[in-house]
Design a protein around this ligand. Structure first.
Ligand code: NAP
Ligand code: ZN
Ligand code: ZN
Length: 348
């Protein structure tokens, strides 16, 4: 199938309309008509070749929601007309220790990411959600809660699971004081989810324009992280910090806010190293760790959790022709809090 998509042929070129191929649905496949796709900062890192090497052309997008248009004859989870979502992965080996433990994000054979991974079916690269439709094995397709606004649900497929998973793993909940650093797409979801889990949430932002807004999102307290005096007041007070900053920043300033045995977990993925002073960790037996999206079963658990707690992203809905402007605004931290593309604009 030849379909329309939006992507780029080189790091320094703006995104534009492209034609790409999708496979025909095989027996276990679900074909989804894409209605909305979120813009993650990872899309920008990849489109501009800021990580380990992008293969061009690239069609980004891994916060995909839509309606099932066609199913293979052995599909049991979905029928035509159902709502469906696709996140960051579309396949994995399904046999290694990590896959068997529902941790496909750490597949030992290397999982197939939704975009810019080798495509086992058609050769070349996988193409993401800035496109009219996608064909995915049913085991990697998510059921969506029916009670949530569909466009605002899209960001849950990456920003939602990437923050839910470490909050669960480090057992955030009632009685825990949690810091969230960087209030963009991921950070604002972390605030909402940590609050729904029952934690006390401290927002740490560099943007004065987000101070009042953070309380609306559910924060109990807000700190302007560039103000040393404000930071000092919270020294040694947090059990856990989730760091969702997309650029280089001083990690030691945040570790100093952790209590004894506290953990700072990175989900933000700037390419530059983030130097950590030994004494930042030694005094207080503190941990510095990282976390990558979440497995498929946990992504379903997160979607069900968000359905139950009525949690969606705060979004700015845009057309495909606004994607390049959106990337520029993302770089300035100027989005409240996730751009979502209305894919109907591609069909016009
Ligand atoms: P985003 O919407 O652009 O948010 C990033 C936030 O970081 C900004 O809103 C800003 O928050 C803060 N920030 C930006 N530049 C900064 C700087 N120079 N110094 C200090 N703070 C700065 O990005 P996102 O989509 O949430 O993604 C965040 C990062 O997570 C990206 O690197 C992305 O690739 C990565 N990511 C990782 C995973 C994973 O599995 N680990 C999954 C998805 C995304 P304030 O205005 O509040 O300061
Ligand atoms: Zn993402
Ligand atoms: Zn595997």
């Amino acid at each position: 199938m030849n379909i329309k998509a939006f992507g780029t042929k080189a790091a320094e070129k703006p995104l534009e309309q492209l034609n790409i191929q999708r496979r025909n649905a095989s027996p276990h496949d679900v074909e989804i008509d894409i209605l909305y796709c979120g813009i993650c900062h990872s899309d920008l890192h990849s489109a501009r070749n800021e990580w380990y090497g992008t293969t061009y052309p690239i069609v980004p997008g891994h916060e995909i929601v839509g309606r099932v248009k066609n199913v293979g004859n052995l599909v049991t989870k979905f029928k035509v007309g159902d709502l469906a979502g696709v996140g960051c992965m579309v396949d994995s080996c399904r046999e290694c220790e990590q896959c068997k433990n529902d941790l496909e994000q750490f597949c030992e054979q290397g999982n197939t990411m939704t975009f810019n991974s080798p495509d086992k079916h058609l050769g070349g690269q996988t193409y993401g959600g800035y496109s009219e439709s996608i064909v995915v094995d049913e085991n990697f397709v998510l059921r969506l809660p029916e009670n949530l606004d569909l466009a605002a649900t899209a960001p849950l497929l990456c920003a939602g699971i990437t923050t839910y998973s470490p909050l669960m793993h480090w057992k955030v909940g009632p009685g825990k004081k949690v810091g969230v650093v960087g209030i963009g797409g991921l950070g604002h979801m972390a605030v909402k989810i940590a609050k729904a889990m029952g934690a006390h949430v401290l927002v740490l932002t560099t943007s004065t324009s987000k101070i009042d807004d953070a309380k609306r999102l559910g924060a109990d307290e807000v700190v302007l992280s560039t103000d040393a005096q404000q930071m000092k007041k919270h020294a040694n007070s947090l059990h856990f910090i989730l760091d969702a900053v997309s650029a280089q920043h001083d990690i030691n300033a945040f570790i100093s806010l952790l209590k004894v045995d506290g953990a700072l977990v990175l989900v933000g993925a700037p390419m530059e190293p983030l130097p950590v002073q030994s004494f930042s960790l030694i005094f207080g037996r503190k941990s510095f760790a990282g976390s990558l999206i979440g497995g498929i079963a946990e992504t379903q658990e997160m979607l069900d959790f968000c359905g139950k707690h009525n949690i969606v992203a705060d979004i700015e809905l845009i057309g495909v022709n606004e994607i390049n402007d959106a990337y520029e605004r993302l770089l300035k931290g100027d989005v409240k809090y996730r751009f979502v593309i209305d894919m109907a604009s591609l069909k016009k």
